[in-house]
Design a protein around this ligand. Sequence first.
Ligand SMILES: NC(=O)c1ccc[n+]([C@@H]2O[C@H](COP(=O)([O-])OP(=O)(O)OC[C@H]3O[C@@H](n4cnc5c(N)ncnc54)[C@H](O)[C@@H]3O)[C@@H](O)[C@H]2O)c1
Length: 352
Amino acid sequence: MGSHRLAYTFLSQEDLLDAGCFDMRMAIEVAEQAMLAFEDHRIMFPEKVVQIFDQVSQDRINCLPATLLDEKICGAKWVSVFPRNPKRFDMQNLSAVFILSEIEKGFPVAVMEGTLTSNMRVAAIGGIAAKHLAKKDSKSIGFIGAGEQAKMHLLAMKVVRPGITECRVSAKTAFEEEQFVAQLSPLLPDVKFVCTNTVARDAMLGADILVTATSAQAPLLKAEWMKPGAFYSHIGGWEDEYAVAQQCDKIVCDDWETVTHRTQTLSRMYRDGLLSHNDIHADLHELVSGGKAGRESAEERIYFNAVGLAYVDVALAQAMYKRAQTAHIGEQLTLQETMVFEHHNILSKVRL
Ligand SMILES: NC(=O)c1ccc[n+]([C@@H]2O[C@H](COP(=O)([O-])OP(=O)(O)OC[C@H]3O[C@@H](n4cnc5c(N)ncnc54)[C@H](O)[C@@H]3O)[C@@H](O)[C@H]2O)c1
């Protein structure tokens, strides 16, 4: 009789960092490959399961599954979003765990810390959008919001637009802006950072690339701050006045169909009858596969909206798991030594 032992690899965030998984270039490549696989119908991507515990604060835990048919991996992100955490507990808003299973026998192969993966995925998608939609000679980037998504985005934008040498940042508090600069400036020594003491206009006016990554629900970004030729990456919910999208020459989404069911600025405009399918230039995977054009002139203002594609998370988690395997990093944990009734001492364990 063969062994009925089941084991999987556990990877903490520290394991992932030690294995070299905080690699934005890798994340961008993996996200591109995943989008191409999606276009080829090589990804299974069912609806996420949402459980909201507080309608006002939107405290929630979501389960987002996807299967990578070519990799023969089925995974799920189990992600908690508790927006009041920073204020109430001085703890992060978002935390996540991934589980990956192989689909030959269906057994789990890895359980992994998922916040790093999830945040890198959001940034990688923004980076891919910038690669196709931001001017090649972009030099300045402005942020409203200085949290985890904003920080990751700067790293991704710098990968695809290495000419960025100025970063202006505004947040709800000056302290957060300073923290952003303290954490990012050692990683990007050729970038000049400017804090704006919470004045969004000073961060955004005239920037080549504009990013909003806030927990706010308000029209913070004004259309007049976005110059011709600028690229805007929208990450949060309602963060910009309608005139921003209305003045843009192209609107690209990671997944427009999903946007129509959400509560982001474009979703609101769609519901208010101010935006229709015809106003959307493309979904991002169409730019990656070359089916649709990216930026076509130096004067275009371009709007990119991300809602989040969980199959990309699963693809990135799988890539990180493989990298950790190669580096022999991670802890092997036993799920079962054998099947229940095969345990030699099962008589002493059963309670009837
Ligand atoms: N589109 C996606 O794929 C995706 C994925 C993950 C998270 N998100 C969203 O991205 C947003 C940011 O997430 P995060 O993890 O960086 O959050 P975070 O809590 O780390 O940071 C939020 C930032 O928003 C700023 N902010 C809030 N209100 C503001 C205001 N009125 N003016 C200026 N700044 C303000 C805060 O100062 C802070 O810097 C959230 O809305 C989150 O739901 C989107």
